[in-house]
Design a protein around this ligand. Sequence first.
Ligand code: PEP
Ligand code: MN
Length: 338
Amino acid sequence: MIVVLKKNATEKQIQHIKQRAMDLGFKIHESKGVEVTILGLIGDERKLNKQQIEAMEGVEKVMEVLKPYKLASRDFHPHDTVIDVNGVKIGGKELIIMAGPCAVESEAQICGIAKEVKKLGAQILRGGAFKPRSSPYAFQGLEGEGLKHLAKAREQTGLPIITEVLDTHEVPLVAEYADILQVGTRNMQNFKLLKALGKQKKPVLLKRGMSATLEEFLMAAEYIMSEGNHNVILCERGIRTFNTYTRNTLDLAIVPVLKKLTHLPIVVDPSHGTGKYDLVIPMSRAAVAAGCDGLIIECHTEPEKSVSDADQTISPKRLAELIKEIKPIANAVGKVMK
Ligand code: PEP
Ligand code: MN
């Protein structure tokens, strides 16, 4: 940990800071400059509370050398994590397409869409049974019934299914049906839910909170991993900015940054990331170029009849175009598509 002292820090204050660090078992390396004095504290950073040191008089700021996330960090696990979902490998050489409607609406709807997206080359079927809607009056999802319809679609197509879990109490039920459990943007810091997901074995796709920093995102993954489940897929789905012309601002720069900092697979959601169906293809191209491991796309056989997120949902015809267009880009960045 590096402690930068205030220009006008008194000798008494400096001694007090040093004593506190020494009492905690740290060795101190002092570097006195003309402008600033810096104390390098050498020891186990976990024993120090950054905010407590920052609160001491004479301290300008404190910088951690070690990252607060450990299990998610590449420092601790240099090789890419590849998650095997019924034979579909996420985080490896292959670029993965997850596609399906925002919400499961009926058995016929989800089975019909599943067949279409499978035909086009998608490897995983998405569909929400428990829907986190901004309005309590909006369609909340078919819940348990929806999970059964998803299972039917998997039975008919062989596609593994990803679906959202909203609440800690529903983890066992959703885990019984889903092949990947999704944590939505609104729940990224629902720590009880994250812990419950860490205690079960199914892979988890963790969507970035709409106002989450990179560190908060990785710490949320760390919550799941710290309970024993290391099969976490990160998902960039857009964040809140001053921009209003798209639903969210898709932060694609986070893809190469995450690739550097973590070994976990990274998937991009250009549907929620833009909120507009005609932006899904261009932003998919960009996401693949940025180096993501997969895309999660809202697709419906009749987008205009979609009960939720109709405006950002693409037709199978557009999904076919999307897949065709991203293939050469995937190959150019070292990924393959079957
Ligand atoms: C979804 O994938 O349907 C969804 C609700 O996403 P988000 O949590 O990113 O809004
Ligand atoms: Mn949606």
